[in-house]
Design a protein around this ligand. Structure first.
Ligand code: GLU
Length: 492
Protein backbone atom coordinates (compact mmCIF):
# COMPACT_ATOMS: atom_id res chain seq x y z
CA UNK A 1 0.00 0.00 0.00
CA UNK A 2 2.74 2.43 0.88
CA UNK A 3 5.04 2.98 -2.02
CA UNK A 4 7.64 5.70 -1.82
CA UNK A 5 9.50 4.78 -4.99
CA UNK A 6 12.34 3.15 -3.17
CA UNK A 7 12.65 5.80 -0.48
CA UNK A 8 12.17 4.60 3.02
CA UNK A 9 9.23 5.72 5.06
CA UNK A 10 9.65 8.85 7.20
CA UNK A 11 6.87 9.81 9.57
CA UNK A 12 6.78 12.37 12.33
CA UNK A 13 4.86 13.10 15.47
CA UNK A 14 4.72 16.84 15.97
CA UNK A 15 3.13 17.81 19.26
CA UNK A 16 2.90 21.36 20.52
CA UNK A 17 4.14 21.41 24.13
CA UNK A 18 1.22 23.53 25.30
CA UNK A 19 -0.23 20.85 27.54
CA UNK A 20 0.39 17.34 28.79
CA UNK A 21 0.31 14.58 26.18
CA UNK A 22 -3.41 14.26 25.37
CA UNK A 23 -4.91 10.83 24.74
CA UNK A 24 -5.88 11.97 21.25
CA UNK A 25 -2.30 13.02 20.46
CA UNK A 26 -0.99 9.79 21.94
CA UNK A 27 -3.26 7.96 19.52
CA UNK A 28 -1.78 9.96 16.62
CA UNK A 29 1.74 9.16 17.83
CA UNK A 30 0.86 5.49 18.17
CA UNK A 31 -0.59 5.21 14.66
CA UNK A 32 2.54 6.81 13.18
CA UNK A 33 4.76 4.58 15.27
CA UNK A 34 2.89 1.38 14.40
CA UNK A 35 3.08 2.11 10.69
CA UNK A 36 6.78 2.85 10.71
CA UNK A 37 7.71 -0.05 12.98
CA UNK A 38 5.65 -2.34 10.80
CA UNK A 39 6.83 -1.05 7.41
CA UNK A 40 10.34 -0.02 8.41
CA UNK A 41 11.61 3.56 8.23
CA UNK A 42 12.20 6.45 10.59
CA UNK A 43 10.03 8.01 13.27
CA UNK A 44 10.77 11.66 13.96
CA UNK A 45 9.72 13.53 17.09
CA UNK A 46 9.39 17.24 16.41
CA UNK A 47 8.33 19.75 19.02
CA UNK A 48 6.17 22.51 17.61
CA UNK A 49 6.85 25.14 20.22
CA UNK A 50 6.20 28.29 18.21
CA UNK A 51 3.54 29.42 20.68
CA UNK A 52 6.02 30.89 23.14
CA UNK A 53 3.40 31.91 25.64
CA UNK A 54 1.71 28.53 26.00
CA UNK A 55 4.67 26.20 25.43
CA UNK A 56 6.66 25.07 28.44
CA UNK A 57 9.58 22.74 29.25
CA UNK A 58 7.37 20.90 31.77
CA UNK A 59 4.90 19.96 29.05
CA UNK A 60 7.79 18.94 26.78
CA UNK A 61 9.03 16.63 29.50
CA UNK A 62 5.55 15.23 30.09
CA UNK A 63 5.21 14.46 26.37
CA UNK A 64 8.59 12.76 26.19
CA UNK A 65 8.05 10.77 29.40
CA UNK A 66 4.53 9.72 28.41
CA UNK A 67 5.62 8.56 24.96
CA UNK A 68 8.46 6.55 26.44
CA UNK A 69 6.15 5.06 29.04
CA UNK A 70 3.81 3.94 26.28
CA UNK A 71 6.71 2.19 24.56
CA UNK A 72 6.80 4.64 21.66
CA UNK A 73 10.38 5.39 20.71
CA UNK A 74 11.82 7.66 18.04
CA UNK A 75 14.82 7.61 15.74
CA UNK A 76 15.32 11.37 15.58
CA UNK A 77 14.20 13.99 18.03
CA UNK A 78 15.09 16.97 20.21
CA UNK A 79 16.63 14.79 22.91
CA UNK A 80 18.69 12.51 20.64
CA UNK A 81 19.35 14.70 17.59
CA UNK A 82 19.48 13.31 14.08
CA UNK A 83 20.48 14.25 10.53
CA UNK A 84 17.91 17.05 10.25
CA UNK A 85 18.41 18.67 13.67
CA UNK A 86 17.29 20.79 15.37
CA UNK A 87 13.92 19.15 16.07
CA UNK A 88 12.41 22.01 18.03
CA UNK A 89 10.68 24.64 15.92
CA UNK A 90 11.82 27.54 18.09
CA UNK A 91 15.38 26.65 17.02
CA UNK A 92 14.53 26.57 13.31
CA UNK A 93 13.29 30.11 12.76
CA UNK A 94 16.15 31.09 10.40
CA UNK A 95 15.20 28.22 8.15
CA UNK A 96 11.61 29.39 7.97
CA UNK A 97 12.61 33.01 7.35
CA UNK A 98 14.84 31.90 4.48
CA UNK A 99 11.95 30.14 2.77
CA UNK A 100 9.58 33.04 3.45
CA UNK A 101 12.10 35.40 1.77
CA UNK A 102 12.19 33.07 -1.17
CA UNK A 103 8.39 33.16 -1.52
CA UNK A 104 8.50 36.94 -1.17
CA UNK A 105 11.09 37.26 -3.93
CA UNK A 106 9.13 34.96 -6.21
CA UNK A 107 5.97 37.03 -5.71
CA UNK A 108 4.23 34.16 -3.94
CA UNK A 109 3.97 36.16 -0.74
CA UNK A 110 3.66 39.83 0.20
CA UNK A 111 4.15 42.17 3.15
CA UNK A 112 1.06 43.13 5.08
CA UNK A 113 1.21 46.39 7.04
CA UNK A 114 -2.32 46.25 8.43
CA UNK A 115 -2.26 46.63 12.19
CA UNK A 116 -4.47 44.38 14.34
CA UNK A 117 -6.70 47.41 15.07
CA UNK A 118 -7.14 48.23 11.39
CA UNK A 119 -7.96 44.61 10.63
CA UNK A 120 -10.44 44.51 13.47
CA UNK A 121 -12.14 47.68 12.27
CA UNK A 122 -12.51 46.41 8.69
CA UNK A 123 -13.69 43.04 9.91
CA UNK A 124 -16.33 44.71 12.06
CA UNK A 125 -17.73 46.58 9.05
CA UNK A 126 -17.90 43.48 6.87
CA UNK A 127 -19.49 41.38 9.59
CA UNK A 128 -22.03 44.18 10.25
CA UNK A 129 -23.18 43.75 6.64
CA UNK A 130 -23.82 40.10 7.36
CA UNK A 131 -20.86 38.92 5.26
CA UNK A 132 -18.09 36.57 6.32
CA UNK A 133 -14.75 38.25 6.90
CA UNK A 134 -11.65 37.16 5.10
CA UNK A 135 -8.47 39.19 4.67
CA UNK A 136 -9.29 41.68 1.94
CA UNK A 137 -5.88 41.73 0.25
CA UNK A 138 -5.48 45.45 0.90
CA UNK A 139 -1.70 45.16 1.07
CA UNK A 140 -1.48 43.05 -2.08
CA UNK A 141 -2.13 46.29 -3.95
CA UNK A 142 1.01 47.97 -2.57
CA UNK A 143 3.65 48.18 -5.31
CA UNK A 144 6.91 46.33 -4.67
CA UNK A 145 9.09 49.45 -4.20
CA UNK A 146 6.61 51.08 -1.89
CA UNK A 147 6.41 47.89 0.15
CA UNK A 148 10.20 47.79 0.53
CA UNK A 149 10.31 51.44 1.55
CA UNK A 150 7.55 50.99 4.13
CA UNK A 151 9.26 47.89 5.52
CA UNK A 152 12.09 50.06 6.84
CA UNK A 153 9.80 52.02 9.12
CA UNK A 154 6.61 50.04 9.75
CA UNK A 155 6.03 46.64 11.34
CA UNK A 156 4.71 44.07 8.92
CA UNK A 157 3.71 40.46 8.62
CA UNK A 158 4.13 38.37 5.49
CA UNK A 159 1.13 36.71 3.92
CA UNK A 160 1.02 33.85 1.48
CA UNK A 161 -0.66 34.84 -1.75
CA UNK A 162 -3.21 32.07 -2.22
CA UNK A 163 -3.17 31.10 -5.92
CA UNK A 164 -6.44 30.71 -7.80
CA UNK A 165 -7.86 27.30 -8.58
CA UNK A 166 -8.62 24.01 -6.98
CA UNK A 167 -6.45 22.57 -4.24
CA UNK A 168 -6.30 18.82 -3.92
CA UNK A 169 -5.25 17.00 -0.75
CA UNK A 170 -4.71 13.30 -1.29
CA UNK A 171 -5.74 11.52 1.86
CA UNK A 172 -5.27 7.79 2.35
CA UNK A 173 -8.46 7.54 4.39
CA UNK A 174 -10.67 10.09 2.70
CA UNK A 175 -9.57 9.97 -0.92
CA UNK A 176 -9.12 13.30 -2.67
CA UNK A 177 -10.24 16.30 -0.69
CA UNK A 178 -10.82 19.14 -3.17
CA UNK A 179 -11.22 22.73 -2.07
CA UNK A 180 -11.57 25.86 -4.17
CA UNK A 181 -8.80 28.22 -3.11
CA UNK A 182 -11.19 31.15 -3.19
CA UNK A 183 -12.42 29.85 0.16
CA UNK A 184 -9.04 30.47 1.72
CA UNK A 185 -7.73 33.85 2.80
CA UNK A 186 -4.12 34.91 2.28
CA UNK A 187 -2.68 33.58 5.53
CA UNK A 188 0.26 34.80 7.55
CA UNK A 189 3.50 32.88 7.06
CA UNK A 190 5.72 35.25 9.04
CA UNK A 191 4.41 37.22 11.99
CA UNK A 192 5.38 40.82 12.62
CA UNK A 193 7.66 39.66 15.47
CA UNK A 194 9.69 37.62 12.98
CA UNK A 195 8.33 34.22 13.98
CA UNK A 196 7.01 31.86 11.34
CA UNK A 197 3.31 31.10 11.14
CA UNK A 198 2.27 27.60 12.15
CA UNK A 199 1.50 26.34 8.63
CA UNK A 200 4.75 27.64 7.17
CA UNK A 201 6.82 26.02 9.92
CA UNK A 202 5.08 22.67 9.48
CA UNK A 203 5.60 22.61 5.73
CA UNK A 204 9.24 23.75 5.79
CA UNK A 205 9.92 21.10 8.43
CA UNK A 206 8.15 18.34 6.54
CA UNK A 207 10.13 19.23 3.42
CA UNK A 208 13.53 19.54 5.10
CA UNK A 209 12.98 16.49 7.28
CA UNK A 210 11.94 14.52 4.20
CA UNK A 211 8.68 13.40 5.76
CA UNK A 212 6.70 11.34 3.25
CA UNK A 213 3.68 10.25 5.27
CA UNK A 214 1.75 12.53 7.60
CA UNK A 215 -0.74 10.88 9.94
CA UNK A 216 -2.62 13.31 12.18
CA UNK A 217 -6.09 14.20 13.44
CA UNK A 218 -8.73 15.50 11.06
CA UNK A 219 -8.74 18.83 12.89
CA UNK A 220 -5.75 19.52 10.64
CA UNK A 221 -7.63 18.83 7.43
CA UNK A 222 -8.26 22.53 6.78
CA UNK A 223 -4.60 23.24 7.45
CA UNK A 224 -3.72 20.48 4.99
CA UNK A 225 -5.24 22.55 2.20
CA UNK A 226 -2.91 25.43 3.10
CA UNK A 227 -0.04 22.98 3.39
CA UNK A 228 -0.73 21.57 -0.07
CA UNK A 229 -0.48 25.11 -1.52
CA UNK A 230 2.75 25.82 0.35
CA UNK A 231 4.36 22.56 -0.82
CA UNK A 232 3.57 23.53 -4.37
CA UNK A 233 4.83 27.09 -3.91
CA UNK A 234 8.08 25.69 -2.51
CA UNK A 235 8.36 23.29 -5.49
CA UNK A 236 8.12 20.22 -3.31
CA UNK A 237 5.96 17.15 -3.61
CA UNK A 238 3.58 16.90 -0.66
CA UNK A 239 3.74 13.85 1.59
CA UNK A 240 0.91 11.35 1.64
CA UNK A 241 -1.66 12.46 4.17
CA UNK A 242 -3.89 10.48 6.45
CA UNK A 243 -6.25 12.44 8.65
CA UNK A 244 -7.80 10.15 11.21
CA UNK A 245 -10.99 10.97 13.10
CA UNK A 246 -10.62 12.80 16.38
CA UNK A 247 -11.03 11.22 19.77
CA UNK A 248 -14.45 12.25 21.08
CA UNK A 249 -16.34 12.17 24.34
CA UNK A 250 -19.67 10.32 24.58
CA UNK A 251 -21.54 13.49 23.55
CA UNK A 252 -19.62 13.68 20.29
CA UNK A 253 -17.49 16.70 21.27
CA UNK A 254 -13.70 16.52 21.18
CA UNK A 255 -12.52 14.60 24.26
CA UNK A 256 -11.85 17.12 26.99
CA UNK A 257 -11.48 17.26 30.75
CA UNK A 258 -15.19 17.60 31.07
CA UNK A 259 -15.57 14.01 29.78
CA UNK A 260 -12.63 12.27 31.44
CA UNK A 261 -9.00 12.66 32.37
CA UNK A 262 -7.29 13.50 29.09
CA UNK A 263 -3.56 13.24 29.77
CA UNK A 264 -1.65 10.01 29.27
CA UNK A 265 0.20 10.79 32.51
CA UNK A 266 -3.13 10.85 34.39
CA UNK A 267 -3.78 7.28 33.28
CA UNK A 268 -0.25 6.30 34.19
CA UNK A 269 -0.75 7.76 37.67
CA UNK A 270 -4.04 5.96 38.06
CA UNK A 271 -2.35 2.66 37.45
CA UNK A 272 -3.27 1.72 33.92
CA UNK A 273 -0.79 -0.45 32.08
CA UNK A 274 0.85 1.27 29.14
CA UNK A 275 0.26 -1.78 26.97
CA UNK A 276 -3.46 -1.64 27.79
CA UNK A 277 -3.72 2.05 26.99
CA UNK A 278 -1.89 1.55 23.68
CA UNK A 279 -4.09 -1.45 22.90
CA UNK A 280 -7.22 0.56 23.61
CA UNK A 281 -6.11 3.60 21.60
CA UNK A 282 -5.20 1.43 18.63
CA UNK A 283 -8.64 -0.19 18.59
CA UNK A 284 -10.32 3.19 18.35
CA UNK A 285 -9.26 3.49 14.74
CA UNK A 286 -8.31 0.06 13.67
CA UNK A 287 -9.50 -3.49 13.80
CA UNK A 288 -7.59 -6.66 12.97
CA UNK A 289 -10.44 -7.90 10.78
CA UNK A 290 -11.64 -10.49 13.25
CA UNK A 291 -12.96 -10.32 16.79
CA UNK A 292 -9.66 -10.27 18.65
CA UNK A 293 -9.30 -7.27 20.92
CA UNK A 294 -6.33 -7.89 23.16
CA UNK A 295 -2.89 -7.18 21.73
CA UNK A 296 0.56 -6.61 23.13
CA UNK A 297 2.66 -3.86 21.54
CA UNK A 298 4.62 -6.50 19.59
CA UNK A 299 1.39 -8.02 18.31
CA UNK A 300 0.09 -4.61 17.32
CA UNK A 301 3.25 -3.95 15.34
CA UNK A 302 3.02 -7.22 13.47
CA UNK A 303 -0.74 -7.02 12.88
CA UNK A 304 -1.20 -3.32 12.18
CA UNK A 305 -2.29 -2.42 8.71
CA UNK A 306 -3.28 1.04 7.52
CA UNK A 307 -5.84 -0.53 5.23
CA UNK A 308 -7.83 -1.56 8.24
CA UNK A 309 -8.00 1.95 9.62
CA UNK A 310 -11.46 3.44 9.62
CA UNK A 311 -12.64 7.03 9.34
CA UNK A 312 -15.55 6.42 11.67
CA UNK A 313 -15.99 8.32 14.90
CA UNK A 314 -13.74 7.33 17.78
CA UNK A 315 -15.60 7.63 21.06
CA UNK A 316 -13.66 7.32 24.30
CA UNK A 317 -15.17 4.66 26.55
CA UNK A 318 -13.58 4.29 29.98
CA UNK A 319 -15.40 1.01 30.65
CA UNK A 320 -13.78 -0.52 27.61
CA UNK A 321 -10.38 0.78 28.67
CA UNK A 322 -10.90 -0.70 32.14
CA UNK A 323 -11.83 -4.03 30.65
CA UNK A 324 -8.76 -4.03 28.43
CA UNK A 325 -6.61 -3.06 31.39
CA UNK A 326 -7.95 -6.04 33.31
CA UNK A 327 -7.15 -8.35 30.41
CA UNK A 328 -3.58 -7.06 30.28
CA UNK A 329 -3.18 -7.40 34.03
CA UNK A 330 -4.43 -10.99 33.84
CA UNK A 331 -1.54 -11.85 31.57
CA UNK A 332 1.10 -10.66 34.03
CA UNK A 333 2.89 -13.06 36.36
CA UNK A 334 2.41 -12.38 40.09
CA UNK A 335 5.99 -11.28 40.23
CA UNK A 336 5.61 -8.71 37.43
CA UNK A 337 2.32 -7.46 38.81
CA UNK A 338 3.85 -7.04 42.27
CA UNK A 339 6.73 -5.08 40.73
CA UNK A 340 4.27 -2.74 39.02
CA UNK A 341 2.14 -2.27 42.14
CA UNK A 342 5.12 -1.38 44.37
CA UNK A 343 5.63 2.21 43.12
CA UNK A 344 1.96 2.96 43.84
CA UNK A 345 2.48 1.87 47.43
CA UNK A 346 5.53 4.09 47.74
CA UNK A 347 3.65 6.98 46.24
CA UNK A 348 0.75 6.46 48.62
CA UNK A 349 3.29 6.58 51.47
CA UNK A 350 2.07 3.27 52.91
CA UNK A 351 5.11 2.46 55.04
CA UNK A 352 3.66 -0.71 56.59
CA UNK A 353 2.97 -2.20 53.17
CA UNK A 354 6.50 -1.34 52.09
CA UNK A 355 7.86 -3.40 54.98
CA UNK A 356 6.23 -6.64 53.79
CA UNK A 357 8.99 -9.00 52.60
CA UNK A 358 9.06 -9.61 48.81
CA UNK A 359 7.71 -13.17 48.70
CA UNK A 360 4.85 -12.31 51.07
CA UNK A 361 4.16 -9.15 49.10
CA UNK A 362 3.86 -11.15 45.90
CA UNK A 363 1.43 -13.48 47.63
CA UNK A 364 -0.59 -10.54 48.91
CA UNK A 365 -0.76 -9.04 45.41
CA UNK A 366 -1.82 -12.40 43.99
CA UNK A 367 -4.65 -12.48 46.54
CA UNK A 368 -6.13 -9.17 45.36
CA UNK A 369 -5.39 -9.30 41.63
CA UNK A 370 -8.89 -10.45 40.68
CA UNK A 371 -10.43 -7.55 42.56
CA UNK A 372 -8.63 -4.66 40.89
CA UNK A 373 -9.09 -2.81 37.64
CA UNK A 374 -5.96 -0.67 37.90
CA UNK A 375 -2.64 -0.97 39.71
CA UNK A 376 -3.42 1.87 42.10
CA UNK A 377 -6.56 0.10 43.32
CA UNK A 378 -4.34 -2.63 44.72
CA UNK A 379 -3.08 -0.29 47.47
CA UNK A 380 -6.37 -0.10 49.30
CA UNK A 381 -7.02 -3.81 48.92
CA UNK A 382 -3.60 -4.67 50.31
CA UNK A 383 -4.04 -2.60 53.46
CA UNK A 384 -5.77 -5.57 55.06
CA UNK A 385 -2.31 -7.10 55.45
CA UNK A 386 -1.11 -4.20 57.59
CA UNK A 387 -3.76 -4.46 60.30
CA UNK A 388 -2.59 -5.15 63.84
CA UNK A 389 -3.64 -8.57 65.28
CA UNK A 390 -6.34 -7.10 67.55
CA UNK A 391 -7.68 -4.52 65.08
CA UNK A 392 -11.28 -5.05 64.09
CA UNK A 393 -14.02 -3.01 62.45
CA UNK A 394 -17.32 -2.34 64.20
CA UNK A 395 -19.08 -4.27 61.48
CA UNK A 396 -16.90 -7.35 61.98
CA UNK A 397 -17.35 -7.15 65.74
CA UNK A 398 -21.09 -6.95 65.35
CA UNK A 399 -21.03 -9.96 63.01
CA UNK A 400 -19.00 -11.99 65.49
CA UNK A 401 -21.19 -11.06 68.44
CA UNK A 402 -24.32 -12.20 66.71
CA UNK A 403 -22.80 -15.60 65.86
CA UNK A 404 -24.26 -18.42 67.94
CA UNK A 405 -21.84 -20.83 69.67
CA UNK A 406 -19.07 -18.27 69.15
CA UNK A 407 -16.77 -19.68 71.80
CA UNK A 408 -17.04 -23.13 70.37
CA UNK A 409 -16.44 -21.94 66.79
CA UNK A 410 -13.36 -20.02 67.92
CA UNK A 411 -12.02 -23.18 69.56
CA UNK A 412 -12.67 -25.24 66.45
CA UNK A 413 -10.79 -22.71 64.30
CA UNK A 414 -7.87 -22.45 66.71
CA UNK A 415 -7.56 -26.16 66.94
CA UNK A 416 -7.55 -26.62 63.19
CA UNK A 417 -4.88 -23.91 62.87
CA UNK A 418 -2.70 -25.43 65.58
CA UNK A 419 -3.00 -28.95 64.25
CA UNK A 420 -1.76 -27.83 60.86
CA UNK A 421 1.30 -25.68 61.35
CA UNK A 422 2.85 -23.90 58.35
CA UNK A 423 2.07 -21.48 55.58
CA UNK A 424 2.05 -23.56 52.42
CA UNK A 425 -0.91 -23.75 50.10
CA UNK A 426 -1.33 -27.40 51.09
CA UNK A 427 -1.57 -26.52 54.75
CA UNK A 428 -4.05 -23.70 54.07
CA UNK A 429 -6.20 -25.93 51.91
CA UNK A 430 -6.15 -28.70 54.47
CA UNK A 431 -7.30 -26.31 57.21
CA UNK A 432 -10.19 -24.95 55.17
CA UNK A 433 -11.21 -28.40 54.01
CA UNK A 434 -11.09 -29.75 57.58
CA UNK A 435 -13.26 -26.89 58.83
CA UNK A 436 -15.83 -27.52 56.13
CA UNK A 437 -16.02 -31.15 57.18
CA UNK A 438 -16.28 -30.17 60.82
CA UNK A 439 -19.21 -27.87 60.04
CA UNK A 440 -20.91 -30.58 58.07
CA UNK A 441 -20.46 -33.12 60.84
CA UNK A 442 -22.19 -30.73 63.22
CA UNK A 443 -24.98 -30.00 60.81
CA UNK A 444 -23.85 -26.41 60.33
CA UNK A 445 -23.35 -24.54 57.09
CA UNK A 446 -19.64 -24.16 56.25
CA UNK A 447 -20.04 -20.42 56.41
CA UNK A 448 -20.72 -20.48 60.14
CA UNK A 449 -17.13 -21.51 60.81
CA UNK A 450 -15.33 -19.93 57.86
CA UNK A 451 -16.95 -16.56 58.50
CA UNK A 452 -15.65 -16.51 62.05
CA UNK A 453 -12.24 -17.60 60.79
CA UNK A 454 -12.14 -14.69 58.35
CA UNK A 455 -13.39 -12.10 60.85
CA UNK A 456 -11.05 -13.46 63.46
CA UNK A 457 -7.97 -13.31 61.25
CA UNK A 458 -8.56 -10.01 59.46
CA UNK A 459 -11.07 -8.09 61.57
CA UNK A 460 -12.83 -7.20 58.34
CA UNK A 461 -15.98 -8.37 56.64
CA UNK A 462 -14.38 -8.33 53.22
CA UNK A 463 -10.99 -9.41 51.97
CA UNK A 464 -9.01 -11.94 49.98
CA UNK A 465 -9.68 -15.65 49.84
CA UNK A 466 -9.07 -17.48 53.15
CA UNK A 467 -6.38 -19.65 51.61
CA UNK A 468 -4.25 -16.54 50.98
CA UNK A 469 -4.86 -15.20 54.47
CA UNK A 470 -3.61 -18.42 56.02
CA UNK A 471 -0.61 -18.54 53.67
CA UNK A 472 0.23 -14.92 54.43
CA UNK A 473 0.26 -15.12 58.24
CA UNK A 474 0.84 -18.84 58.53
CA UNK A 475 -1.48 -20.96 60.65
CA UNK A 476 0.39 -19.97 63.84
CA UNK A 477 0.11 -16.29 62.96
CA UNK A 478 -3.59 -16.67 62.20
CA UNK A 479 -4.18 -18.38 65.54
CA UNK A 480 -2.43 -15.53 67.34
CA UNK A 481 -4.53 -12.97 65.50
CA UNK A 482 -7.74 -14.77 66.43
CA UNK A 483 -6.73 -15.02 70.04
CA UNK A 484 -5.75 -11.40 70.29
CA UNK A 485 -9.19 -10.37 69.07
CA UNK A 486 -10.98 -12.86 71.28
CA UNK A 487 -9.11 -11.66 74.37
CA UNK A 488 -9.16 -7.94 73.80
CA UNK A 489 -12.69 -7.69 72.51
CA UNK A 490 -14.05 -10.26 74.94
CA UNK A 491 -15.61 -12.41 72.30
CA UNK A 492 -17.47 -15.20 74.02
N1 GLU B 1 1.58 20.69 16.28
C1 GLU B 1 0.33 20.20 15.81
C2 GLU B 1 -0.52 19.75 16.98
O1 GLU B 1 -0.02 19.56 18.07
C3 GLU B 1 0.47 19.08 14.81
C4 GLU B 1 0.75 19.57 13.44
C5 GLU B 1 0.84 18.50 12.41
O2 GLU B 1 0.81 17.31 12.74
O3 GLU B 1 0.97 18.85 11.25
O4 GLU B 1 -1.70 19.58 16.83
Amino acid sequence: MLDFSGESLRVRFAPSPTGKLHLGSARTALLNWLVVRREGGKFVLRLEDTDVVRSSPEFEQDIIDSLKWMGIDWDEGPDIGGPFAPYRQSERMDLYREQVSRLLEEGKAYRCFCSPDELEERKRKVVAQGKPWRYDRKCLEIPQEESERLAASKPFAIRFRVPEGKVVVKDLLRGEVVVDSSEIADFIILRSDGRAGFNMAVVVDDITMKVNLVIRGDDHLTNAVRHAMLFEALDSAPPLFLHHSLLLGKDGAKLSKRHAATAVSDYRERGYLSSALANYLSLLSWSPGDDREIFTMEELVSEFNLKRLSASRAIFDIDKLNWINRQHMKKLSNDSLAGLVRPFIEKAGEKELQKIPPEKFELAVESVREKIETLSEAVEQLLIYTKKPDEITDKALEELRKTSDLDEVFDICLEALRENPGSSRDVAERIVKGLREEAKARGWGAKKILWVLRLGITGHVIGPDLIYLIMFWGSEGCAERMEAKRRIHELH
